[in-house]
Design a protein around this ligand. Structure first.
Ligand SMILES: [Zn+2]
Length: 427
């Protein structure tokens, strides 16, 4: 609507006028970036329908337009991964009832493919906690569909090896979970295994008929890429600040279930691009490097490759800021490595005490949960910053651009740029 537009433009002009130096980004452009990266045409930025490469090309084009320099052609640093994919929409029926992929069920990432039918055999507490579960050795599992609840998963895999071997003869497994959380695997070693929303558990009585079809494709030595650009420092070009965010996500189950990954991590990439715009518009004494990592969801593989094949000495990095899940922040921020690098964190904390951007920080130690990890292991002062509170969508089909609040986006941008400014003295 025109009126709203006008208001936005006026407030934008005022914003630029009063805060031009510290404020690089405008939320309208941020929304556009997130909408693009988390749109259906990028296929959840995974390894079906070339989603990862479409996203990578988009980011490289942005890097070029912003004016970043490159270490390698097209900003790409390519590397191979093994990854299990599901190029066709999987099917699952309870009796005649067709369930919906993505919404009602997902698949275990290490599943092999298979088509078949079977009758439910419940691995319930009576079975799992029986004094002697080896009584089950009399049962023929070959035409069964094994069903268990996620809360019992640990117990299932604590059963005797002999029994697990027999359970693996079942032609399909179903794990029932209250929340579907997708992930990726570099292997395919399980029988077809579905993760089903727990609301269907009452229908899965012993003997219930299940029909399923799952097709997997294990891609080996599949080429994917990091995207790396930089702006050379004015005074101290041999000292480096790195900003990173992963652009990959979980891809799709066929064409119908798309894991859009708006918060995880189109949000981080949008901020990476805003930071690149900020540091190309304002001089920085240090060299600033921008890395969009690939294959984070596949096991931090992009950042692992980068650390093993860096285009500069890692010891030159004075600070690495990794952004993942920055679309919220309603309840503060989580800061991984805050207790590992207390000096740098103290500066961050002091800015917040003065400016009151965030209600709280969760100060965390080491964690191998995003792309900062392998840098930390090499002694690089690296931090992983993520938003707390807000939406609950995570690794599911509901992590969409339209519902991403961006509550504290500006504050996250502001505190990071002020922090870096204080840590990069001009002399
Ligand atoms: Zn993730």
């Amino acid at each position: 609507m025109y009126k709203i537009r006008k208001k936005v433009i006026i407030s934008y002009i005022l914003c630029v006028f009063f805060q031009q130096l510290s404020w690089g980004q405008d939320l309208h452009r941020v929304r556009k970036t997130i909408d693009t990266l988390a749109s259906a045409s990028f296929w959840g930025r995974g390894y079906t329908f070339n989603g990862h490469e479409l996203a990578a090309k988009f980011i490289a084009k942005e890097f070029k337009e912003i004016g970043l320099k490159n270490y390698e052609k097209n900003y790409f640093q390519t590397f191979p991964i093994d990854i299990n994919t599901f190029p066709n929409t999987p099917a699952l029926y309870i009796g005649e009832q067709k369930l919906v992929a993505g919404k009602d069920f997902i698949v275990q990432p290490a599943s092999a493919g298979g088509i078949g039918k079977g009758n439910v055999y419940l691995l319930d507490s009576a079975f799992l906690y029986a004094e002697n579960p080896s009584i089950a050795t009399d049962i023929n599992f070959t035409n069964k569909v094994l069903v268990y609840e996620s809360k019992h998963e640990k117990k299932v895999f604590e059963l005797s090896k002999q029994l697990i071997k027999r359970l693996l003869q079942a032609n399909c497994w179903i794990k029932c979970s209250p929340k579907l959380t997708m992930s990726l695997s570099n292997e395919a070693y399980l029988p077809p295994t579905f993760e089903l929303n727990s609301q269907y558990l009452p229908q899965l009585k012993n003997g219930a008929a299940i029909t399923f079809a799952l097709e997997n494709q294990l891609l080996e030595k599949y080429q994917t890429q990091n995207i790396v650009g930089y702006k050379k420092g004015k005074k101290n070009a041999d000292s480096i600040i790195v900003f990173s965010a992963h652009y990959d996500h979980l891809g799709t189950l066929g064409k119908e279930a798309i894991f859009y990954g708006a918060n995880d991590n189109a949000s981080g990439i949008s901020m990476l691009l805003e930071l690149a715009r900020h540091y190309t518009a304002h001089h920085s004494p240090y060299t600033v490097v921008f890395i969009a990592f690939g294959a984070e969801e596949a096991g931090l593989l992009g950042s692992k490759y980068f650390v093993e094949n860096p285009p500069f000495e890692l010891s030159k990095i004075k600070l690495l800021v990794n952004l993942d899940l920055v679309g919220t922040g309603d309840e503060g921020l989580g800061i991984v490595n805050a207790t590992v690098f207390p000096q740098q964190f103290a500066v961050f904390d002091k800015i917040n005490q003065e400016k009151k951007y965030f209600s709280r920080f969760i100060k965390r130690g080491k964690a191998a949960n995003s792309d900062h990890y392998f840098f930390t292991e090499k002694g690089v002062p690296s931090f992983f910053i993520y938003g707390l509170g807000g939406i609950q969508a995570y690794h599911d089909i509901d992590d969409k651009a339209a519902t991403l609040p961006l509550t504290k986006y500006k504050e996250i941008f502001a505190i990071i740029t002020e922090w870096v400014q204080q840590l990069t003295p001009k002399k």
